[in-house]
Design a protein around this ligand. Structure first.
Ligand SMILES: NC(=O)C1=CN([C@@H]2O[C@H](COP(=O)(O)OP(=O)(O)OC[C@H]3O[C@@H](n4cnc5c(N)ncnc54)[C@H](OP(=O)(O)O)[C@@H]3O)[C@@H](O)[C@H]2O)[C@@H](O)CC1
Ligand SMILES: Nc1ncnc2c1ncn2[C@@H]1O[C@H](COP(=O)(O)OP(=O)(O)O)[C@@H](O)[C@H]1O
Length: 477
């Protein structure tokens, strides 16, 4: 599991580390790692010697890292030019070193270059880029040269992953010590490109809790419940699916197909699409209503359910059970008027899976610029695990733990793909995973399936469901 830390925590760790090393040592470690990565990129396209490298240099230490890295590239024969945003405030030691090794300063963006290092601002940035920096970033976007962002792409909000204005879009971001939220969450993540972490020795002093955890395939494979010799269909868990309606029978089929790909031994369906469900999935045991469904270990409720009194009774029914419950789509709409406030006071886990519109209705405001903060706030408020959908889906727990999903594809933005996710997540709940792991694992595998489906052309949610099994076969070996 990778982790990312907030600026304040990085700063304290850096301060503690700096007290133990010679002055300037951290910047040299950062510059060495940065130069190495740049040399690798140049090496793949003709070599370092003679390559035209442009440094965009702000007046903080981010610019300092960039100048020292540029000096190292100049020492290897690159033609390095530095564009200083504020020449009087550029890092003096870095500028001296660059000049000593043959680098020069320029006043405008050159027409052509082989690599650009973005050292305008790093973790010391505040607010959106100032006009001169923003102009430069806009002009850079037209040059189409490969860009390496130093620590973070300039213009992103480091702690939230928001992109409040102009921002550099990098091919590679070389960051120091640890990941920061902007590398993995929100619209900023798409600006970072491939992210490389350079070890500057921060590990020992970085003691704060991470701001966000990023699962990898090994985590999901380790968590995924697997049947053993003593398993039977009941001991593997039975998930109840209360979704779909006469108007939306497809939602029932999609959520059931998601549930069937999960680890449970049986799927029970309760609702008016039962005939369609059995026709498509003969192994599913069906009933008309939640109250008649039989024993399950977790409930999934909401996709395509409608918002009439029958739907309300079903939502009330699943919430009244002592079991883990996932509420999605129409069930979330039904929560908004407050009539289920009492039902929400339950001891068993609750997971809600809103997209932005559902989130706004539930929380009373849109997730806004800080998706992690917003998800945490809602999770604490309703005492539920919140899975906030989107690119880089966020999972937040009532106690404030946050996960960001690294898999997925924009192709998942297709009607019904959330229904598939809900079914899979419910299956993991019934299979015995703690709610936050079920949410994280479901988002991860759903994202893998989305990617696989996208490789085969335009994606429907049925394609996503069909790719869950192959994605799992690959993941679980
Ligand atoms: N600490 C360490 O141990 C290590 C730190 N390291 C490196 O230091 C970096 C942090 O350096 P930092 O603290 O000097 O801040 P930095 O990111 O250069 O930004 C400050 C400058 O930006 C300016 N500025 C601010 N906002 C702006 C805006 N919106 N638009 C435009 N400009 C804006 C601000 O201007 P001012 O407000 O002063 O006028 C000031 O000039 C970090 O990311 C990493 O690369 C590594 O060497 C490893 C060891
Ligand atoms: N731009 C995007 N990039 C990646 N994934 C996305 C994007 N937009 C939506 N998704 C994913 O697609 C799914 C859509 O779910 P949802 O909005 O509930 O659809 P539906 O209600 O039609 O089933 C979610 O898993 C979400 O994370």
């Amino acid at each position: 599991m990778r982790q990312a830390w907030r600026v304040a925590d990085v700063r304290s760790a850096e301060k503690a580390l700096m007290a133990t090393v010679p002055e300037g040592a951290l910047m040299q470690r950062a510059a060495a790692g940065l130069a190495r990565r740049c040399a690798l990129m140049l090496g793949a396209h003709g070599g370092v010697y003679g390559a035209r490298v442009l440094l965009l240099v702000g007046s903080g230490d981010n610019g300092g890292d960039t100048l020292f890295a540029g000096a190292r590239l100049a020492a290897r024969g690159a033609q390095v030019s530095a564009l200083l945003l504020d020449p009087d405030r550029a890092h003096p030691g870095g500028l001296r070193e660059l000049r000593r090794l043959g680098g020069r300063t320029v006043h405008d963006l050159p027409e052509r270059c082989d690599l650009v290092l973005d050292g305008i601002v790093g973790i010391g940035a505040s607010g959106s880029l100032r006009p001169r920096a923003a102009e430069l970033v806009a002009a850079l976007a037209e040059r189409r040269a490969p860009v390496v962002a130093v620590d973070v792409p300039s213009g992103v909000a480091v702690d939230t992953g928001d992109v409040p204005g102009a921002a550099v879009t990098a091919d590679v971001t070389v960051t120091f010590g640890c990941l920061k939220p902007a590398h993995v969450v929100g619209p900023a993540a798409a600006h970072a490109g491939i992210v490389d972490v350079v070890d500057i020795g921060l590990g020992a002093t970085l003691r704060a809790d991470p701001a966000v955890r990023i699962p990898d395939a090994a985590d999901i494979a380790a968590w995924w419940p697997r049947p053993g010799p003593a398993s039977d269909k009941y001991s593997r868990g039975v998930v109840g699916v209360a979704t779909g309606s006469a108007t939306y029978p497809g939602a029932a089929l999609l959520s059931v197909s998601g549930a069937l790909a999960g680890p449970v031994g049986m799927v029970r369906y309760a609702g008016s699409a039962r005939d369609d469900v059995v026709r498509a999935h003969p192994s599913v045991v069906t009933a008309d209503r939640v109250s008649d469904a039989g024993r399950v270990q977790a409930w999934v409720c909401g996709s395509g359910l409608g918002t009439d009194e029958t739907a309300r009774t079903e939502v009330r029914g699943v919430l009244a059970s002592p079991l883990p419950v996932l509420l999605d789509a129409d069930a979330l709409t039904l929560l908004v008027d407050g009539r289920h406030a009492e039902d929400l006071r339950r001891n068993a886990p609750l997971v809600v899976t809103p997209h932005d519109g559902e989130f706004r209705r539930l929380a009373g405001e849109a997730p806004g610029a800080d998706r992690m903060g917003a998800a945490c706030k809602l999770a604490a408020w309703i005492n539920a695990v919140v899975l906030l959908k989107g690119d880089r889906t966020v999972v937040a727990t009532p106690s404030g733990q946050v996960f960001v999903n690294p898999t997925g594809s924009p192709a998942l933005a297709t009607a019904g793909s959330g229904d598939v996710l809900a079914g899979l997540l419910g299956s993991l709940l019934a299979g015995g995973l703690p709610a936050e792991r079920a949410a994280v694992a479901a988002a991860f595998v759903h994202g893998l399936a989305g990617r696989r489906a996208a490789e085969r052309g335009p994606v429907t949610s049925a394609d996503v469901a069909a790719q869950l099994r192959p994605a799992l076969a690959e993941l679980l070996g």
